[in-house]
Design a protein around this ligand. Structure first.
Ligand code: GAL
Length: 758
């Protein structure tokens, strides 16, 4: 256990009062209780008790076929020092902070009940000074997901960080500090800080900053100040959703956003700041500037990263206002939701990245049959609770029910999921800000391209092979591939932007290989979604480059697809090029196959989502505006190369080569991991002697780690593969897989992948 001395005041020469933080991350004893009655084991918190599996097809595919429904007990011994006990005896307090426990945690200290919470996505703090003693203390946390309902994987247990703070008399209550910009003119900012003292009184301080450097997505500048010996970061900026767009520091910023669930792929729900940073680096490379924390309160450190890296955040508290929000049914629903909203806003209100509070997602209208629904009075009540806790930000909701359109008078901004629903809101309430809070729900897999020809129409899925095609021509029936959305949002200039469903594949909701899809064989239910622009492990799919070509204004994109290994599999192959340029020339073994140019505009292409487009190839006409396509290229092995241009000037090139000869397994450090990360990712790939990926390779391999490291997860983007993420034997998926490693000490760590039998 790390014991961090945060603050030391010498009140008298011979007397010191200290504030201590005991970091409670790290090793705990854990056992399942109830039917399983597992033995005690040592686990590392943050910990997700279900991610090791096994995947079980008898379990719910919505939640990844994983055994998260359980009860579990965590126990840790904490040695409290004499000085800390003295601080408590003389009027101090001890605060036990959890960033999130899934779910319904009940905490005991030395056998005595200390309190708990019900909503697994929101942390909580307990005052436990009265329960501590000098020397050994036992902290026990019981988690229970048996009454939890979720539409996607939520994991189980102490999946986020925890700590114990012991503070002397006269301290500022942790979590009470609120830092805000009271006034901002170009030359000066007036900053106000408010807090609660332990005696119940309020504290307040104001100060000015001349020529403030504003926090922005391109320059996420953070200031730091101190309250009661603790450092707090804050940013100075203005943000506003207006009827004609979103403004950051007075400049209109188009939101190129993604929705992201809280799981971290191979790591499950167990939070890792390094893995989250890597995820955000991948998003940044794609040109993302906004994150929607679908549909729950993120880990507080996730928002620290967004502050540091310059993402604006649509901070969402709930999916629905029901048991998915931790409501147990025995309290007044509205009072409960209001209370959670207040705690959520209080927790996150110092983050400059947070630009809006979202009070829910796709909540049906209130009717006699749906008690937890949307109605204007209820929305206003929740809105008022949020505004009271933070008067500095706007408040919104994400919805898909057009019947709710007239219920949102009290909100500043509404997000509409899919199609052009935001336009319905715009027509009904022209002065309101709108955006597309969920766009996409496109499907694709890394590496799979059918028989070298794209899917015929939007819902033409490969029901035989249960793979979604990498040509980016599939989407769920109510969703769209990227191109028509780019076009629609360009035309609807009032729309603040889009949040694509989803930035990465996530565990659970494994559409389209999900139980409710016609023709899907139970034995082939997938474990994760296909919606991601990036796969579950962090490999960018081709779609990544389509978004990148449209969104990343800093760097050029030239990306060619598919791979070029079609011997005996296809005679004619469709080739696409995703580029930030406006033209490209394609070469096969040095011979030009022609230069193609994107269509500048297609003013007649329908902006509305048309259901008859589900099975109509005309749907794809708009792709000519955003991608380049060469149909029926006669296959021959060798090199396929694209050279891209803008306004006639070359901007870059990309090539795909045919892999041949001997193939071996190669490991390489994932380029989005940080060199100093404690948890980092390593790519495993089957390569020929020249470093060309063998895209059909599905070999099994074993993982060995040499040096001070341990494997914490491994797998591929294959949604049908049910091998445990903790297994040291994995399989390549279209030539690739990923291994996540934890550094345990100094020294070189070697990750070795060896061919093996399954
Ligand atoms: C939306 C919903 C998301 C996800 C998505 C899949 O309706 O808000 O949580 O289920 O559909 O397309």
């Amino acid at each position: 256990m790390k014991k961090i001395l945060m603050f030391l005041i010498a009140a008298h020469a011979c007397f010191a009062v200290c504030a201590t933080t005991y970091d409670l991350d790290g090793m705990w004893d854990f056992r399942r209780i109830g039917t399983d009655d597992w033995e005690w084991q040592r686990v590392r918190v943050p910990h997700d008790w279900a991610i090791a599996g096994p995947f079980d097809e008898e379990l719910n595919d919505n939640t990844a076929l994983l055994p998260w429904v359980a009860e579990g007990l965590y126990r840790k011994h904490v040695a409290i020092s004499r000085e800390d006990m003295a601080a408590l005896a003389s009027g101090g307090e001890a605060y036990l902070e959890f960033d999130g426990v899934m779910s319904r945690p009940a905490v005991k200290i030395n056998g005595a009940a200390a309190g708990g919470s019900t909503y697994g996505y929101l942390g909580f703090t307990l005052r436990i000074g009265r329960l501590l003693k000098e020397g050994d203390n036992v902290v026990e946390v019981k988690a229970d997901t048996t009454k939890q309902y979720s539409r996607f994987y939520c994991g189980g247990g102490m999946y986020r960080g925890a700590r114990l703070k012991i503070l002397p008399k006269g301290h500022v209550v942790p979590g009470s500090v609120f830092i805000r910009t009271l006034e901002l003119t170009g030359a000066r900012a007036l900053i106000g800080i408010e807090w609660k003292n332990d005696d119940g009184s309020d504290g307040r301080r104001e100060f000015g900053i001349d020529n403030p450097r504003l926090w922005d997505v391109d320059d996420p500048y953070l200031y730091e100040t101190e309250v009661d010996g603790v450092a707090y970061r804050y940013g100075i900026r203005t943000c506003s959703f207006e009827k004609d767009g979103f403004y950051l520091n007075g400049r209109r910023l188009q939101l190129n956003g993604v929705c992201l669930h809280a799981d971290l792929g191979l790591l499950g729900m167990a939070f890792s700041k390094d893995a989250a940073r890597r995820q955000l680096r991948i998003m940044r490379d794609m040109g993302v500037n906004a994150i929607r924390t679908a549909h729950n309160c993120p880990d507080p450190q996730y928002l620290d990263l967004c502050d540091e890296m310059g993402f604006v955040v649509w901070d969402e508290c709930f999916d629905k206002w029901d048991d998915t929000a931790g409501w147990t049914g025995d309290t007044d629903l509205e009072g409960y939701i209001e209370g959670v909203l207040r705690s959520f806003v209080k927790r996150d209100r110092n983050h400059p990245s947070v630009v809006v509070w979202s009070i829910g997602n796709e909540i049906p209208p209130q009717t006699a049959n749906y008690f937890a629904g949307v109605e204007a009075r209820r929305v206003k009540r929740f809105r008022d609770a949020v505004a009271e806790t933070d008067p500095t930000r706007q408040i919104g909701i994400a919805d898909c029910y057009l019947e709710n359109i007239d219920e949102y008078d009290s909100l500043d901004v509404t997000g509409w999921n899919y199609q052009r629903k935001y336009n319905n809101m715009k027509l009904a309430h022209p002065d309101k800000a709108v955006l597309c809070s969920e766009s996409g729900s496109g499907y694709s897999d890394y590496g799979y391209y059918g028989d070298g020809r794209p899917a015929r129409w939007r819902i033409d899925y490969d029901m035989v092979r249960h793979q979604t095609c990498g040509y980016d021509r599939n989407a769920i029936c109510y969703g769209d591939i990227p191109d028509p959305i780019f076009h629609r949002i360009e035309k609807d200039a009032y729309c603040c932007g889009e949040f694509v469903w989803t930035g990465m594949d996530y565990l659970g909701e494994p559409s389209p290989w999900i139980h409710w899809m016609d023709g899907v064989d139970r034995h082939k239910y997938a474990k994760s979604s296909s919606y991601g622009i990036v796969d579950l492990t962090g490999f960018p799919k081709d779609r990544f480059f389509l978004y990148r070509s449209h969104w990343n204004g800093r760097e050029e994109t030239v990306h060619i697809l598919p791979h070029w290994n079609w011997d005996g599999r296809a005679e004619k192959v469709t080739v696409m090029v995703y580029t930030s340029g406006d033209e490209a020339e394609l070469f096969l073994n040095g011979r030009s196959l022609g230069r193609k140019r994107k269509t500048a505009d297609m003013p007649d292409y329908p902006l509305e989502h048309k259901t008859d487009f589900d099975t109509d190839p005309a749907y794809y006409e708009i792709c000519a505006k955003y991608r380049l396509e060469w149909e029926d290229v006669v296959y021959e092995p060798g090199e396929l190369r694209a050279v891209a241009y803008r306004n006639g000037a070359e901007i870059g090139e990309d090539a795909k080569k045919t892999a041949g000869g001997d193939v071996s397994l190669v490991t390489e450090f994932d380029p989005y991991s940080g060199a100093d990360d404690e948890i980092f990712f390593v790519r495993v790939a089957a390569m020929d002697g020249e470093g060309t990926l063998d895209p059909w390779n599905a070999s099994a391999f074993s993982i060995e780690i040499e040096g001070p490291g341990e494997m914490v997860g491994a797998g591929s983007g294959d949604k049908l593969d049910r091998t445990s993420f903790h297994s040291k034997v994995q399989k390549l998926y279209y030539g690739r897989a990923m291994v996540a490693v934890r550094r345990l000490g100094d020294g070189e760590i070697k990750v070795i992948a060896k061919p093996t039998k399954e």
